[in-house]
Design a protein around this ligand. Structure first.
Ligand code: DX5
Ligand code: ZN
Length: 222
């Protein structure tokens, strides 16, 4: 699978519906960056905006919760129509959150910051629907890709293959035409892209180009 999850963080929040419709022909994923000004030094949006978006699209709403206390908000995201919630490994209570998300009818993802130690979170991987490897420190769009995380990505892919788990491997931060090929070769399947999609004049075309670059990397390696 190769899928681009455009991050609406780089879209114009006054025209979110239009931004989402613009990318719908090219992807069924939408990445929603939720920030609380505490876990990360930035504030964005929450469940009410997810509910508004839900009324305008059937896309898979991949909600990335960069918040300190996700357990207090999971039911709000479920009611709003989120398809998956991805909380951070760094906030703890991982297995409890996985169960809560699933009991509420959502898929459960866990994100790891670039400095997370693989051995510390590896045991959770087979129990997740999605592992999100951050290739920037979360908080802002438009940062530079941290290539060091590719090592953890490769190890996560191996572990998923060995365990037979169906965990989806997603990467987030600094994904561009220059970095998507390396990420794809390391095992990522879903690529979050903010500025490389909504920062471009033609977001749909940008997605086509990113997908083509990832596919090319795959073909060359085969
Ligand atoms: C960063 C967010 C990312 C961000 C990606 O904290 O989690 O999803 O929007 O933006 P780009 O693709 O511009 O790095
Ligand atoms: Zn994100």
């Amino acid at each position: 699978m190769i899928e681009i999850a455009p991050s609406i963080l780089s879209a114009d929040f006054a025209y979110l519906g239009e931004a989402i419709h613009a990318v719908e022909p090219e992807t069924s994923w939408i990445h929603v960056d939720v920030m609380d000004g505490h876990f990360v030094p930035n504030l964005t949006i929450g469940a009410p905006v997810v509910a508004s978006i839900r009324r305008h699209t059937n896309s898979y709403l991949d909600c990335h919760l960069m918040i300190t206390d996700p357990w207090d908000y999971l039911s709000d995201f479920a009611k709003a129509g989120a398809d998956s919630v991805t909380f951070h490994f760094e906030v703890g209570r991982t297995l409890e959150l996985v169960k809560m998300a699933r009991d509420l009818g959502m898929k459960a993802g866990m994100a790891v910051n670039p400095d997370a130690v693989f051995e510390d979170y590896a045991s959770f991987i087979p129990q997740l629907d999605l592992l999100l490897v951050m290739s920037v420190f979360p908080g802002f769009a438009g940062q530079s890709f941290i290539a060091d995380v590719l090592h953890s990505l490769r190890r996560a892919k191996e572990l998923i293959n060995e365990s037979g788990a169906g965990t989806i491997l997603e990467i987030d931060g600094g994904i561009s035409l220059e970095t998507i090929n390396r990420s794809c070769l390391a095992g990522a399947e879903v690529f979050v892209a903010g500025s490389a999609v909504f920062g471009k004049p033609d977001p749909a075309k940008a997605i086509r180009e990113l997908k083509a670059a990832a596919r090319h990397a795959q073909e060359v390696s085969e």
